[in-house]
Design a protein around this ligand. Structure first.
Ligand code: ZN
Length: 170
């Protein structure tokens, strides 16, 4: 079986700042996309990936907060939505689409996420800690929001300018 590694889009590529479209039918293409997104995430390595990060503006995410550990568990969610949230946590985040930059972001501590699995069954995940943060980060992606958009204006402008400059040089 061949492994497919997608190109990961980086800021300021447009697809990252546009809300992704809901998936209306879970066909073979969606299943293949999810497979290849997981392969791309594990290869990166990362702990979460949203479809628009690989240039596909569809509401699909993959996550695994213990990619190399015995507790490794791949989560695939179609059309994920946060239906409940509580508490507050601040964790340093990074992003495959924002290379070489980390910053502390304020998130909900616990969330309930609802979506569909690849069989089209409704799933509900109660997440806290790192998983809650990863799911919020990825759902943000699907809404066209990067973690740097959640920083203070000063920090955000600074890092965006730096990233644009870097991109022009490439
Ligand atoms: Zn990200």
């Amino acid at each position: 079986q061949t492994v497919t590694i997608f190109h990961i889009c980086t800021y300021p590529e447009k697809v990252l700042s546009q809300p992704a479209e809901p998936i209306t039918s879970i066909d073979e293409d969606v299943i293949k996309l999810a497979d290849h997104m997981a392969e791309t995430m594990y290869n990166a390595p990362g702990i979460g990936l949203a479809a628009n990060q690989v240039g596909v503006a569809k509401r699909l995410l993959v996550a695994d907060i213990a990619p190399r550990g015995p507790e490794s568990e791949l989560i695939v969610l179609v059309n994920p939505e946060i239906v409940a949230a509580e508490g507050e946590v601040i964790i340093e985040e990074g992003c495959l689409s924002v290379p070489e930059y980390q910053a502390e972001v304020k998130r909900y501590e616990k969330i309930t996420v609802r979506g569909l699995d690849l069989n089209g069954e409704e799933v509900e995940i109660e997440a806290e800690g790192l998983l809650a943060v990863v799911l919020q980060h990825e759902i943000d992606h699907l809404n066209g929001i990067l973690f740097i958009d959640r920083l203070s204006k000063l920090k955000r402008d600074l890092v965006k300018r730096r990233l644009r400059k870097k991109k022009t040089k490439e």
